[in-house]
Design a protein around this ligand. Structure first.
Ligand code: PEP
Ligand code: MN
Length: 348
């Protein structure tokens, strides 16, 4: 159950709600946001649900009381029936127009990012991606340009006129990322880094949360719940593939069934990353089309002017030509699904 207070509800009104809940030996979860919401995270005995709802609904300062059957509350569509929609620069998350995030796996230099940004923007991308802090399996692999990479990202984003996204790996780095990029990316390996989720939630900066390689849908949405429960309403979900049964052909298994499930049980926008999902450039376009046909709100794909020289994820990275051709193919599926491509892509 979630109790949403009116805006301007007083401390006394909030504590009256809390007291009634606690008098039934139920714990409360305070969720400060644009208005205060009070959650009851544990399950409520069936015979108490309706009487408790009626008792709380009539209290002064209470706006609405919703019974939520799922373990995640604020992330659920039961709690928030309308789809979440917000803009970051020209990207409209949860709207009719798709969001296309593209760019290199890692920021390698000013020239590399500037060239990529100009290419992907011209072909229709409305968000530039690029990692400055890279979560690499091996400590000997390229770790990213760190602060210098973020400086490059900020400058290129401004020069090219495109929104930016980059990964944040630890809670103490949230402030630095907020200063330099428009969207914080929480990577698959960090999906359950709870101190990071809390800090990113408190920042209220848009966040894209990637699904952990072994995470169930409920674990994924409970991680998103941390962001929402800490006051952040601009949360984006990203399916990027789960641990595969067979690594012979693909790096991960892109779980496209997660797309309609997430769209039904949650109100948050859903992006699909087919690059990490399959790990092989030639199979990325097919999965990008399938993601849009399945109802995704957008894509994240890796693109590099010369993928063979990319310092990370070269095998899954598209050439500029392959990216352009993919966008054209995606357009067909977007149109039959009642969606449109970003303006630059529609014009091209
Ligand atoms: C990335 O986007 O470059 C990345 C590291 O993704 P993931 O967290 O999905 O592996
Ligand atoms: Mn990558």
């Amino acid at each position: 159950m979630v109790i949403v207070m009116r805006s301007g509800a007083t401390e006394e009104e909030i504590s009256a709600v809390k007291q009634i809940i606690e008098s039934h030996e139920l714990a409360t979860l305070m969720m400060p946001g644009s208005v205060m919401a009070i959650g009851i995270p544990s399950s409520i005995p069936t015979d108490l649900r309706d009487p408790l709802q009626q008792q709380l609904e009539i209290l002064p300062g209470v706006s609405k009381v919703t019974q939520v059957s799922r373990s995640f509350k604020l992330a659920s569509r039961e709690f928030h029936p309308e789809s979440t929609r917000f803009s970051v620069g020209e990207a409209d998350f949860g709207g009719e127009q798709l969001v296309i995030m593209a760019g290199p796996c890692s920021i390698e230099s000013y020239d590399q990012l500037r060239e990529t940004a100009a290419i992907v923007r011209a072909k229709g991308a409305n968000v530039l991606r690029g990692g400055a802090f890279k979560p690499r399996t091996s400590p000997y692999a390229f770790q990213g340009l760190a602060d210098e990479g973020l400086r490059i990202m900020k400058q290129v984003g401004r020069e090219v006129g495109i929104a930016t996204i980059s990964e944040v790996m630890s809670p103490d780095m949230v402030g630095l990322l907020v200063e330099n990029v428009d969207i914080l990316q929480i990577g698959a390996r960090s999906m359950q880094n709870f101190p990071l989720l809390i800090e990113a939630g408190k920042s209220r900066h848009p966040v894209m949360l990637k699904r952990g390689p072994s995470a169930t849908i409920d674990e994924f949405l409970l991680a998103a719940e941390y962001l929402l429960a800490n006051g952040n309403e601009r949360v984006i979900l990203c399916e990027r593939g789960v641990h595969p049964l067979d690594r012979t052909y693909t790096r991960n298994t892109l779980d496209l069934s997660a797309v309609p499930v997430l769209k039904e049980v949650s109100h948050l926008p859903v992006i699909v990353d087919p690059s990490h999902g399959v790990g092989v450039a030639k199979w990325v376009p097919a999965m990008a089309c399938a993601a849009i046909a399945a109802g995704a709100d957008g894509l994240m794909v890796e693109v590099h002017p010369d993928p063979r020289s990319a310092l990370s994820d070269a095998a899954q990275t598209l050439t500029p030509e392959a990216f352009g051709a993919m966008i054209e193919r995606v357009g067909t599926f977007a149109h039959v699904s009642g969606r449109s491509l970003p303006c630059a892509a529609e014009a091209g």
